[in-house]
Write a protein that binds this ligand. Structure first.
Ligand SMILES: Nc1ncnc2c1ncn2[C@@H]1O[C@H](COP(=O)(O)OP(=O)(O)OP(=O)(O)O)[C@@H](O)[C@H]1O
Ligand SMILES: [Mg+2]
Length: 362
């Protein structure tokens, strides 16, 4: 079992200095627009992930006008108390510690305190380009398999080197195939690793998401989710070789696992173009709950669930079903935000669930 017992934040987003204690499994966070509800969830996510769920640059996490930040929390994992802290220094250097012991690599922290975030804009995972879907998949697999993130980072670094080499050669008009050859060889192994893990976990994740979607939205138009990668039809080495001339002509690496995608179809139409807003939301929740289940299965305990503003996005009935599933059928800790404390109270009363109320105020 995983539970966050307390958190303190210093110069994190709109918070100068604040702390909260969480005694319950269900935490209902309310407060007016702009008070910092989402930021509190993001601080929890940061503690689990060493990164914000929203901001790609750490600089945006520091309170405007301040320098550096700190987030610290106490977890209870299977009965053991564990202290985690994350610091970004004035210089921008980031360090994380577990029970006072700093990590050598931040990536070693990821997956130890799994968390799933569901935010209002997450429907972009479905609507946007493939990058968003890879981000979703990578966040999940990094938590499931510690080696995955290492290999993915290795791949991305080599890819960057290869792209700058290609660009440089294009600009200078001088090709050095030997250098390219070396990078190509190094790319093969991490690409293969990432591909195999994506294949393995996608089959489970997507099957589970499809089933859930059917249960929520009905099966009139069958949903088809597929993991798609060029490595399904050949090795990375062959792919790089086959695309070499095109790569050299364009100055970057055109094919590889950095272009993988999850394709989504409804009936015989692409999901993005056809699905209604309600269907998009249903698919999003199906994917996120499938992620939740997969993590739970792999870790042996439920991840933290961070539900931001979902009342705004779901009608009362859907919300009830969602909360019933995540709060009653699971023993994980759930954080829910809403502007209306009464709406939160009604929902949990209806489920006959005890909960802790947190009101964010100035
Ligand atoms: N680095 C930062 N420094 C100072 N303020 C920040 C920083 N980042 C975000 N904020 C501010 O934090 C405020 C609270 O944001 P947050 O999204 O947490 O509000 P919220 O309670 O979730 O509101 P809503 O109900 O509208 O979703 C925003 O007004 C935003 O401008
Ligand atoms: Mg918010």
């Amino acid at each position: 079992m995983l539970q966050l017992e307390s958190i303190s934040v210093y110069q994190f987003k709109n918070y100068l200095n604040a702390q909260w204690a969480f005694q319950d499994r269900i935490i209902a966070i309310s407060g007016r627009n702009g008070i910092g509800k989402t930021n509190l969830l993001d601080a929890i996510y940061f503690l689990c992930f060493t990164k914000s769920y929203f901001q790609r640059s750490d600089a945006n996490l520091v309170l405007h006008g301040a320098q550096g930040l700190r987030v610290a929390g106490r977890f209870n994992r299977d009965g053991q108390t564990i202290e985690v802290s994350g610091v970004i220094r004035e210089t921008g250097k980031k360090t994380f510690s577990i029970n006072g012991q700093p990590y050598d690599r931040l990536s070693d922290h990821i997956g130890q305190f799994p968390a799933v975030f569901i935010a209002p804009d997450d429907v972009q995972i479905i609507l946007d380009g493939s990058e968003e879907r890879r981000r979703f998949l990578d966040a999940l697999l990094s938590q499931v398999d510690p080696v995955y993130l290492q290999e993915l980072m290795k791949y991305n670094k080599l890819l960057q080197q290869r792209n700058s080499l290609l660009k440089q050669q294009l600009e200078s008009g001088r090709q050095q195939p030997e250098l390219l050859e070396i990078l190509d060889q190094q790319l093969v192994q991490p690409a293969q690793y990432v591909f195999e893990k994506r294949s393995l976990y996608c089959s489970q994740l997507l099957a589970q998401a499809t089933e859930r979607y059917g249960a929520i939205a009905g099966n009139r138009y069958p949903l088809d989710l597929k993991y798609e990668s060029p490595l399904q039809s050949g090795s990375m080495a062959d792919l790089l070789y086959a695309n070499r001339l095109r790569d050299q002509a364009s100055g970057r690496t055109l094919a590889g696992i950095h272009r993988d995608d999850i394709t989504m179809a409804l009936g015989d139409q692409p999901f993005r173009q056809t699905a209604s807003q309600g269907q998009r939301k249903s698919l999003l929740f199906s994917l996120k709950l499938a992620e939740f289940q997969l993590l739970k299965e792999k870790k042996g305990f439920a991840p933290l669930l961070l539900l931001d503003d979902v009342f705004e996005k779901l009608d009362a009935e859907r919300m009830h079903n969602l909360l019933q599933e995540v709060c009653l059928a699971n023993n994980g800790q759930v954080f829910v935000t809403d502007t209306h404390p009464e709406r939160l109270k009604e929902s949990f009363d209806r489920l006959e669930m005890g909960f802790q109320e947190i009101r964010c105020m100035e």
